[in-house]
Design a binder for this molecule. Structure first.
Ligand code: SF4
Length: 425
């Protein structure tokens, strides 16, 4: 008999959360490997198609989650923002597992390290309603905060991408050629995809190297199979989850986009994980636009050469100027080009945040302020210990850390400047 497995994407406890093409992709991929070998049900607390009150979406399929204000944890008391629980109601999950159980195994993942209270909530309900189920945790929190995760009461914690302990516990031989388990959703409007794992750079603020030790392209057949599956489910918007989407384009992105063109697929593709501007050649820009890439998020962070050098030189000012020119010449709409700038980084004194914002504005594109989170295991997180305790994942919260780093008034002023400059375009 096939084992019965429940897949759970937990609710989010945070000051802010928005559906920016967010899907529990790692969990869906693991479930994909189990296709035909287990009986599976998915409960995604962040599935907006099940949230009538916030079902409205923007033209690229993004939107708000339903939420309720909840008490702040003691370590975030001084942050003058509403702390909320985002996602479907707890009672819906309790009813779902009561009606669909029992399950032999429960697989849970979460992304941000400081979202672990959502995991705790799910584990409590499972232990209460499904006492016989084995609970397995995976994802970024479980990988980067392994010791902390052991306190939550799971039966197994998966670190990084080493999945053999999982297959052993399930007693299943996985089929790793299978695409992600998109059939878990009744109604799927946005999807995600990865053509590669890892990144050849090692920026001092980024955790990618702790999760994927090397850049590895994925098998094209599996990626195109996954695209066909999303097409059959009428998905309109797809976000690339690659960390280095433009690296080795001859074997990753270009053949994939050529496949899209050959099948005459009409998807809107998006790049929320940031593109490396240095790699946007005229040829690649042209192909991306022709195949349906609609939004371009460029990883920039700062125009300060000193800051760029200290953090790994992933991109220089000339790179971003050339990239924007190439995208515009290829026909990209400037209202859909964005450059990320970090706010609250521990070296903000040399980062020239305001000048960086003006630099981006003068290129005729949009600024995306991204609040810094001190990710454990990164070089830059060791510079944050005077402001926060890295051992407590709630203290990695990006809203809280940025306020602690810059002060409330400076954060407000930067947000206002961003709004003003983007509004002036
Ligand atoms: S280029 Fe991007 S993904 Fe790669 S290490 Fe730097 S920040 Fe991380």
């Amino acid at each position: 008999m096939k084992p019965k497995i429940l897949l759970v994407n937990p609710p989010v406890y945070d000051f802010t959360a928005h559906d920016f093409w967010l899907k529990p992709y790692g969990l869906l991929e693991v479930a994909g490997f189990l296709r035909g070998r287990a009986e599976m049900k998915l409960f995604d607390y962040l599935d907006r198609t099940r949230m009538p009150a916030t079902r409205e979406k923007d033209k690229w399929g993004r939107g708000k989650y339903i939420s309720e204000e909840i008490p702040k944890p003691p370590c975030l008391q001084e942050i003058r923002r509403r702390y909320q629980r985002f996602g479907l109601k707890r009672e819906m999950f309790q009813k779902f597992i009561t009606g669909n159980g029992p399950f032999d195994f429960v697989l849970i993942q979460t992304v941000m390290t400081y979202w672990y209270p959502g995991l705790k909530e799910v584990i409590e309900d499972i232990r209460h309603i499904l006492p016989g189920a084995k609970i397995i945790l995976g994802g970024i929190y479980a990988t980067l905060c392994y010791t902390h995760a052991t306190s939550l009461g799971a039966d197994l914690i998966i670190r990084g991408t080493e999945l053999s302990p999982l297959w052993q516990m399930l007693s299943i031989e996985p089929d790793i050629r299978q695409p992600a388990f998109w059939q878990g959703y009744w109604d799927l409007q946005t999807g995600t995809i990865r053509l590669s794992d890892g990144c050849p750079f090692s920026c001092s603020y980024c955790s990618v190297q702790s999760i994927y030790p090397a850049f590895t392209p994925r098998a094209q057949e599996r990626c195109t199979h996954e695209l066909d599956l999303m097409k059959s489910k009428n998905v309109q918007n797809i976000a690339f989850y690659d960390d280095a989407l433009l690296h080795n384009p001859d074997i990753c992105l270009m053949p994939f986009l050529q496949y899209v063109l050959s099948k005459q697929y009409k998807f809107n593709f998006h790049t929320p994980n940031a593109l490396n501007a240095r790699l946007i050649t005229p040829e690649l820009a042209g192909l991306m636009i022709k195949a349906g890439v609609k939004t371009f998020y460029l990883g920039f962070e700062s125009m300060s050469e000193e800051w760029q050098k200290n953090t790994g030189n992933k991109v220089l000012n000339d790179d971003i100027i050339a990239a924007v020119n190439n995208l515009i010449k290829a026909g990209a709409d400037t209202s859909n080009i964005f450059a990320y700038i970090i706010a609250g980084h521990p070296d903000h004194n040399i980062q020239k945040v305001r000048e960086s914002m003006n630099f981006v504005h003068n290129l005729g594109i949009n600024i995306m302020l991204s609040e810094y989170s001190p990710v454990p295991g990164t070089k830059d997180s060791t510079k944050c210990q005077n402001l926060t305790s890295i051992d407590e994942p709630l203290m990695h919260n990006k809203t809280a850390f940025t306020i602690r780093s810059l002060g409330e008034s400076e954060v407000q002023q930067l947000k206002l400047l961003c709004k003003e400059l983007n509004g002036r375009k």
